[in-house]
Design a protein around this ligand. Structure first.
Ligand code: ECB
Length: 135
């Protein structure tokens, strides 16, 4: 059975989101608000086609892509940058590279013990988030 990321996922841990936001140049006031948010991910996966929606009480962010197909991503409402983005499979991991003004920017998703993991990175900073399926 291939991995299926589809579902609704609630955050249970979030390590160094602050460092990741600093690396993206997010201002102090926005970081203070963002640091207490509890994001929920709603993922739709149909083969290699994905929609990942991130919901919070402050802002929402959506991205849709096909694995292996480069696209232009504007991180609207986040740091508002234009990236040339591509997501590839690394075995069952989803590996995203966001090429643009910020070096070494991207994220990786994987599922381990039924939990959804997300590593967000920018420059030298790495943020690690874990999500559980909603009951
Ligand atoms: C939608 C969540 C917004 C919470 C933070 C609001 C303001 C802070 C501004 C910028 C911080 C940088 C990123 C926000 C963190 C999470 C949003 C999406 C992270 C992401 O890239 O998720 C990927 C992988 O699941 C799909 O977009």
């Amino acid at each position: 059975m291939p991995v299926d990321y589809s579902g609704t996922w609630d955050i249970v841990s979030n390590v160094n989101f602050e460092g990741y936001m600093v690396a993206l140049g997010i201002d102090f006031a926005t970081r203070k608000i963002a640091s207490v948010l509890k994001p929920q991910k709603v993922i739709e996966q149909k083969g290699d086609c994905f929609t990942i929606k991130t919901f919070t009480t402050f802002k929402n962010y959506d991205v849709s892509f096909k694995v292996g197909e480069e696209f232009k991503e504007v991180t609207k409402g986040l740091d508002n940058r234009l990236c040339q983005t591509v997501v590839n499979w690394d075995n069952d991991k989803l590996v995203c590279v966001q090429k643009g003004e910020k070096k070494n920017r991207g994220w990786t998703h994987w599922i381990q013990d039924g939990e959804l993991h997300l590593e967000l990175f920018c420059g030298e900073q790495v943020c690690n988030q874990v999500y559980k399926r909603t009951l």
